[in-house]
Design a protein around this ligand. Structure first.
Ligand SMILES: [Zn+2]
Length: 80
């Protein structure tokens, strides 16, 4: 597993256990949210609730190939 930023995403290379490349259609980004308390969700829910990190996951072997905590990625992929 690798960590990427907005600058390294385009050139990053990583492969999961079943051999899919980071750029493969089988690898999908998903937003990862920390579990939050109910009141906290209400309070921050209004502003959209920015995720904690973005993970690129292989849909075949479920392996996390890459993660990002880059603020631009958090905004861009927050609804994934
Ligand atoms: Zn895989």
């Amino acid at each position: 597993m690798i960590t990427v930023t907005k600058d390294s995403l385009a050139t990053a290379e990583a492969t999961c256990s079943c051999g899919h490349d980071f750029k493969s259609v089988w690898i999908s980004p998903r937003a990862h949210h920390k579990p939050v308390k109910f009141w906290y969700a209400i309070f921050w829910g209004v502003s959209g609730g920015k995720p904690d990190k973005i993970e690129w996951v292989c849909r075949v072997c479920k392996e996390v190939v890459a993660t990002s905590t880059d603020p631009e990625h958090l905004l861009y992929f927050r609804h994934q």
